[in-house]
Design a protein. Structure first.
Length: 80
């Protein structure tokens, strides 16, 4: 849906195929809220960086756990 670039009241209709236009009421358009696009971009990069760090920690923990499990294996040989 594309809305006009002005502020105020607008009426809108919908026309589907061969049917006539159907009125859908009125809308009041206000100024769009001021947003900071840099904020959302920064948060996205922060979230991706944090995810990469957590993946690295999980992989390191898995590698250390495998080494520890190999060291804990005790082999005994008894004479016959």
């Amino acid at each position: 849906m594309t809305l006009p670039d002005y502020v105020g009241d607008v009426t809108w209709t919908l026309q589907m195929g061969m049917f006539g236009p159907q009125p859908l009421g009125a809308l009041t358009l206000d100024e769009p809220p001021a947003t900071n696009p840099w904020l959302w971009g920064s948060l996205r990069w922060l979230a991706m960086s944090l995810t990469a760090c957590l993946v690295a920690v999980a992989l390191a923990d898995a590698a250390v756990g495998r080494r520890r499990a190999r060291r804990d294996v005790v082999t005994t040989i008894e004479p016959a």
